[in-house]
Design a protein. Structure first.
Length: 264
């Protein structure tokens, strides 16, 4: 009898916990297993089971180390929510990427939240940054030595960026030393892919005028295949990722002459 009571109490606590997890997701768009474990005073394994059940119900999508709200309006989360997904990994990748920028460089950045981390860590160097990200341009305005070229176009409210044929036209005739970009998925066979055609076409335009292509992609993007293929993985010069990508896959990429940098 005592065991049945304990199980009932645990079940009720679990239901309350799952409701609170959904409330947190409604507020922020993303949660982390470690944070939830501390908040509710339960093990990370218990939280993972909660997230598995909620995912099976269609309430959320699990990510490496956490979960994001299962939005119905499209395959990509708004930029302010994406900032919270894999936040530590993106911060480390962006911080390292900033060290690759040297005085006098002309660089380009896409509208990813990983490139936003690059912008946040970029010193006040004498460089030119070409970007179609409104969020990145706003971040760099605080650094007076950096010349900012904001590509215009149609405003995408989800990504806080400009896209479309006018955007592609604007980059013709320019030259870029290093193009920093991310993606929704990268895979040895499929290559690098994105959910939206407009973003892919603009990235292709920038890649075509760039000397070095540097992919900034955390491990949650590995072996994910999105709708539109951008380029083959072997076409990039450098991949900056985190240590959760399998070692065998990293070796396969290096054998394709990709310079792979793994950050902690």
């Amino acid at each position: 009898m005592e065991n049945n009571t304990n199980k009932k109490t645990e079940s009720l606590a679990g239901n309350d916990r799952k409701k609170e997890i959904l409330n947190l997701l409604d507020d922020s768009g993303a949660v982390r297993v470690s944070d939830l474990s501390k908040k509710f005073g339960v093990t990370e394994e218990t939280i993972r089971r909660d997230l598995e059940r909620l995912e099976s119900e269609g309430s959320l999508l699990r990510t490496h180390g956490g979960a994001v709200l299962n939005r119905k309006e499209g395959p990509e989360l708004p930029v302010l929510q994406r900032e919270l997904v894999q936040a530590d990994e993106k911060r480390s990748i962006g911080e390292y990427a900033a060290t690759l920028v040297k005085d006098g460089d002309v660089i380009a950045c896409d509208a990813s939240t990983t490139c936003l981390q690059l912008a946040k860590h970029l010193p006040n160097l004498e460089v030119t940054v070409i970007t179609y990200s409104i969020a990145i341009a706003y971040e760099l305005v605080k650094k007076p030595n950096i010349q900012i070229f904001l590509i215009g176009g149609y405003v995408d409210r989800h990504s806080l960026s400009n896209t479309g044929a006018p955007s592609e036209k604007m980059v013709e005739g320019y030259h870029v030393d290093k193009f920093f970009f991310s993606c929704q998925g990268f895979d040895l066979q499929r290559g690098i892919s994105e959910p939206y055609e407009a973003h892919v076409q603009l990235k292709k335009s920038i890649a075509s005028i760039s000397d070095h292509l540097i992919l900034l992609a955390d491990s949650s993007k590995f072996q994910r295949k999105s709708l539109v293929r951008l380029i083959g993985l072997e076409e990039i010069d450098t991949l900056v990722t985190d240590s959760n990508v399998p070692v065998e896959a990293l070796h396969d990429m290096e054998s394709s002459d990709i310079n792979v940098v793994v950050v902690n």
